[in-house]
Write a protein that binds this ligand. Structure first.
Ligand code: INI
Length: 155
């Protein structure tokens, strides 16, 4: 039996993080969580980490696509926060950003970690940005590290 699984250390991995400004009071905590994991758990060389800021979650997929096509990165972490409002806008932004990211990942053969919160209210977002329910930015970074090492073994 052969088992392929990735560990989390990735010293030389080149990782891009795309983070949106909309709801930045949440997103900055997701970014801190992601950077903390990359540096302390992944032991990723800080010079190999690139942070790209974009306006909102809708702009994340195109940015991730461009980064993927540059072939300069081994994984991309997408961070943002979509909070439900009174209109259908929430569904559009949440669904389209998720769909776009999955498409980029499959079309470009690069792991794209999904760290975009989609919550009913601000409280749920705060809970997932470093308090009661953990830090989804940190979780996304963990999955990027693991996927880099899994794919390395498969290739
Ligand atoms: N962008 C977000 O990242 N989160 C949101 O909650 C949000 N809402 O609710 O409107 C949001 N909208 C902006 C959108 O992502 C684009 O930046 C904007 O439409 C310009 O293209």
């Amino acid at each position: 039996m052969q088992i392929i699984e990735g560990n989390l250390i990735a010293h030389d991995a080149r990782i891009a993080i795309v983070v949106s400004r909309f709801n930045s009071f949440i997103n900055e905590h997701l970014l801190s969580g992601a950077l903390d994991v990359l540096k302390r758990q992944g032991e990723v060389n800080e010079d190999n980490i690139t942070v790209v800021r974009v306006p909102g979650a809708i702009e994340i997929p195109l940015t991730v696509k461009k980064l993927a096509q540059s072939k300069k990165f081994d994984a991309i972490v997408a961070l943002g926060c979509v909070i439900r409002g009174a209109t259908y806008h929430f569904e559009i932004v949440a669904n389209e950003s998720a769909k776009g990211l999955t498409q980029v990942m499959l079309e470009n053969n690069i792991p794209v970690a999904f760290g975009i919160l989609t919550t009913d209210n601000i409280d749920q977002a705060v809970q997932r940005a470093g308090s009661k329910a953990g830090n989804k930015g940190a979780e996304a970074a963990l999955s990027a590290l693991e996927m880099i090492n899994v794919l390395k073994q498969i290739q």
